[in-house]
Design a protein around this ligand. Structure first.
Ligand code: DX5
Ligand code: ZN
Length: 216
């Protein structure tokens, strides 16, 4: 699978509806960054916003990336709001199995997110339970940062772990994905490439189509 998931973080907050409408025909997954000002030094959206998006864009898969401390207290909020995919950080809660199962039992896709220098060894025991893994290739918190190039090796290693274990989870990669590097990122084993500034800075539709072209 090779999909681009636009990240709404870089969209103009006063033009959100219009900007999402522009990309909805050419993107099926919309990435939504939830930041709490603790786990990451920035604040973004809440469940009310996710609910409104789901109502307005029911056919989009809403991919909610929780960059928060204590995600366990918020998972219900985002399930109720209609999130289709929910990932939380492996660094933010030690009870991975418990909360992955909670998301899956609600009929949604469950993911674990890893910061750039968090080892895949920590992830390995959870691999039988994840629907997807979200590898951060920038330090989470802000859009428009530079891709940390060691990420390519990590994507590849995760792909090998998937093959060895006979798993079928998706590999999603988030941070610093641009026209110049998207092809390499897919070639390393990415299934879903998140792109924020590369889509929403300028004309979102033109940018998305250019990213698709660059990924071939
Ligand atoms: C970073 C977020 C990303 C962000 C990516 O904390 O998790 O989803 O939107 O932005 P770009 O694509 O601009 O690096
Ligand atoms: Zn994200």
């Amino acid at each position: 699978m090779r999909e681009i998931a636009p990240s709404i973080l870089s969209a103009d907050p006063l033009l959100l509806e219009e900007q999402v409408h522009l990309i909805e025909k050419d993107a099926s997954i919309l990435h939504i960054d939830i930041m709490d000002g603790h786990f990451v030094p920035n604040l973004t959206f809440g469940p009310h916003f996710v609910r409104a998006l789901k109502k307005r864009f029911p056919s989009l898969t809403l991919d909610v990336h929780l960059m928060v401390d204590r995600p366990e207290i918020m998972i219900d909020w985002y399930l109720d709001a209609g999130s289709d995919w929910i990932s939380f950080h492996i660094e933010a809660n030690p009870h991975h199995h418990r909360y992955l199962m909670k998301i899956k039992e609600a009929g949604r896709k469950a993911g674990l997110a890893l910061n750039p220098t968090t080892s895949l060894c920590l992830l390995e025991p959870a691999l039988p339970y994840v629907d997807f893994v979200l590898l951060l290739t920038v330090n989470p918190g802000f859009g428009g940062q530079k891709f940390i190039s060691e990420g390519l090796k990590k994507i590849n290693s995760l792909k090998e772990m998937r093959e060895k274990g006979g798993y079928d989870f998706l590999i999603e990669v988030d941070g610093g994905i641009k026209r110049e590097n998207i092809k390499k990122i897919f070639e390393a084993g990415t299934d879903v490439a998140v792109a924020g500034s590369a889509v929403f800075e300028g004309n979102p539709l033109e940018n998305l189509l250019a990213l698709k072209e660059a990924s071939k």
